[in-house]
Design a protein. Structure first.
Length: 216
């Protein structure tokens, strides 16, 4: 357990926390362009779209933690944040990881062709990062429960947990990408430098993509 402040404690993910963690993960990305907007035209109601989004996010979470480390932030015993980190030695998350993580329903709903298009665009969001040859620690996901946002928990996750952990393990570089423009100021404020801004296309939708790095 790592205590980052008087309020927040971080522990490594365990199966017993899964229900709470998935709730935070799903709700914090509910309006995220890459995970919400790409397929929104496929659904006739917001209820069906949210149900799809929920299944998609749960599958992405389970696939990602097959390869990457996941840590959970607690406040007064409640899960308020989720941090998923790819270490320099971690292998990439691949199609098989998604296939065995509950994504079969997603593939059936939108079709294998569009699923592969979406996965291809997801991979493209990381191309700039993957072309960095220096050993890097990649902040794959940073989620904060909606009711705890704008309280400094995200910044604390970076400043008081992520940076010290990377340094303690001999790391000198942290990278992160985002598809939400509102996050650009957040990462800049927390010490990251913008490497590249670009626009990606998937299923007729344009999604912004910003890549950052922080040299320690």
């Amino acid at each position: 357990m790592v205590k980052t402040s008087d309020r927040i404690e971080y522990v490594r993910f365990e199966k017993s926390y899964e229900e709470e963690v998935l709730k935070v993960f799903v709700e914090s990305f509910v309006n995220y362009p890459l995970f919400w907007g790409v397929f929104e035209d496929r659904f006739k109601s917001n209820e069906k779209l949210y149900s799809f989004h929920e299944r998609l996010m749960k599958g992405i979470f389970k696939a990602t933690i097959r390869k990457d480390d996941c840590y959970i932030g607690f406040v007064d015993g409640k899960v308020v944040s989720v941090v998923i980190i790819e270490k320099p030695s971690d292998k990439p998350v691949g199609f098989w990881d998604y296939a065995v993580s509950g994504m079969a329903g997603i593939i059936v709903r939108v079709g294998i062709k569009d699923t592969l298009k979406f996965m291809d665009m997801s991979d493209k969001t990381e191309i700039v990062v993957k072309n960095i040859t220096d050993p890097r620690w990649h902040l794959y996901f940073l989620s904060v429960a909606p009711e705890y946002q704008s309280q400094g928990i995200g910044s604390s996750a970076i400043q008081d947990f992520l940076i010290p952990m990377v340094k303690e393990n001999g790391g000198h570089l942290i990278t992160v990408t985002t598809n939400a423009k509102k996050n650009v100021d957040f990462y800049t404020k927390n010490g990251f430098s913008l490497v590249k801004e670009e626009t990606l296309e998937c299923n007729g939708k344009s999604v912004g993509n910003w890549t950052f790095r922080m040299d320690l």
